[in-house]
Write a protein that binds this ligand. Structure first.
Ligand SMILES: Cc1ncc(COP(=O)(O)O)c(C=O)c1O
Length: 400
């Protein structure tokens, strides 16, 4: 009898974690490595949020909480949805989980049956297809090429929908491409979804606050209120509030879906950390001044990285609207010889050679379902970004 489950056979380990670990191993052996492979802000959690957590510990807020989260946090989330997204949710329509990842996973676990399809625009966040497969569903990826700035086209969405489609996942701004949908682009997608009443929308708004210039963030149920009854609006504090380690994600949706997710969560993690929940109350309802500071720093870094990468031989990098990633194309380097003598046949070879030759860790595009590209996370200092991009330029110039 096999010891490991069939469900486990359906998933691959995360490529982002694998390359980050490879960089760490090389560093441990004394190599100077610049890691541009991790998806977390380099900023610290703002002090007023930390203080709220310390306060909560002192008050003895150290016990189990309701499965869906403490009432104060659910109220703060309702306030956030109303204030920032023009969405009316009652507390009973909110669930808090252990990070955004957990909330998405529970939504899929609560709804997918074998054979159910979930549409995932590619390039995608590595966890979507794996979570869908773990839950017994079938990921249906739709390529969103560089010619469309990595955005899902309405006609392609329409063609991908079948009778078996249960969800479509929309992630704007996107990990890995940074692409975000304008109101008009989002409306074109929601118009398609209006014509398919059996399809639900899972919107991953994790990078909502990280949009640059005068770009306006929108979420599907805001753009098309007629979709409210079949949309799960997922968000979290990890990226915007530099709180990746606190593990707080949340979602608003129709009450029957939230109750189903509550049932799953009730037998799994129960309520997430009480202390983190109190910190999240402060994050969502306290001062928001740090957001501007983070945004300005990220925007400067995006522009720096973009300009330097576009000067690298054979690299084409479109300008993304948000998140802290760029997703350059490296098609013109395929078939060339690296300084080691190895021929670069794939984007995975490109990032492997780049790491070994120059000590810069990036993640290959095929891990995100669309290549030949690579993802650079610019959530690190300007000095390191400049050094890394100079190394990428040198690496590309030396390809023969
Ligand atoms: C697109 C996207 N969604 C969700 C998450 C998960 O966020 P959390 O750390 O809150 O689980 C991430 C984190 O990398 C992400 O990039």
């Amino acid at each position: 009898m096999a010891f490991l489950s069939d469900a486990l056979k359906r998933v691959k380990p995360s490529a982002t974690t694998t390359i980050t670990q490879k960089g760490r191993d090389m560093q441990a052996k004394g190599r100077n490595i610049i890691s541009l492979s991790v998806g977390e802000p380099d900023f610290d959690t703002p002090d007023h949020i930390k203080a709220a957590a310390i306060d909560a510990i002192r008050r003895g807020e150290t016990k189990y909480t309701p499965v869906v989260g403490i009432p104060k946090l659910r109220e703060a989330i309702c306030g956030k949805f109303k204030r920032e997204n023009e969405l009316d949710y009652k507390s009973s329509q909110i669930i808090v989980g252990t990070g955004g990842k957990h909330v998405i996973y529970n939504a899929l676990l609560a709804t997918l049956n074998p054979g159910d399809e979930v549409i995932v625009p590619a390039p995608y966040w590595v966890s979507y297809p794996e979570m869908i497969a773990l839950c017994g569903g079938t990921p249906v990826t739709v390529d969103c090429g560089i010619e469309h700035a990595f955005k899902l086209q309405p006609g392609d969405l329409d063609r991908a929908i079948t009778k078996k489609t249960k969800w479509v996942i929309l992630n704007s701004p996107s990990n890995p491409s940074g692409a975000a949908y304008s109101r008009a682009e989002m409306k074109a997608l929601t118009d398609v979804l209006l014509r398919h009443p059996h399809v639900w929308i899972l919107t991953d708004d994790m990078y909502e606050h990280l949009v640059y210039g005068d770009f306006e963030f929108v979420t599907p149920a805001q753009v098309e209120p007629a979709l409210y009854e079949r949309t799960l609006t997922m968000n979290g504090v990890s990226k915007a509030y530099a709180m990746t380690g606190w593990r707080i994600g949340y979602a608003g949706g129709p009450e029957h879906l939230i109750r189903a997710m509550e049932t799953v969560q009730g037998h799994q993690t129960s309520g997430t950390s009480a202390i983190s929940q109190w910190a999240a109350v402060e994050a969502l309802s306290g001062p928001q001044d740090h957001l501007k500071v983070f945004r300005k720093a990220f925007e400067e870094r995006r522009d720096l990285v973009l300009s330097m990468l576009n000067q690298a031989k054979g690299i084409v990098c479109p300008k993304p609207e948000g998140a802290f990633y760029v997703y350059p194309n490296c098609a013109a380097t395929i078939g060339k010889k690296a300084p080691s003598g190895k021929t670069i046949a794939t984007d995975e070879d490109f990032v492997t050679e780049l790491l070994e030759t120059e000590g810069v860790a990036a993640v290959h595009g095929t891990a995100f379902g669309l290549g030949p590209n690579f993802r650079i996370s610019y959530a690190t200092s300007n000095a390191l970004l400049e050094e890394a991009c100079t190394k990428i330029q040198r690496f590309c110039a030396e390809l023969r």
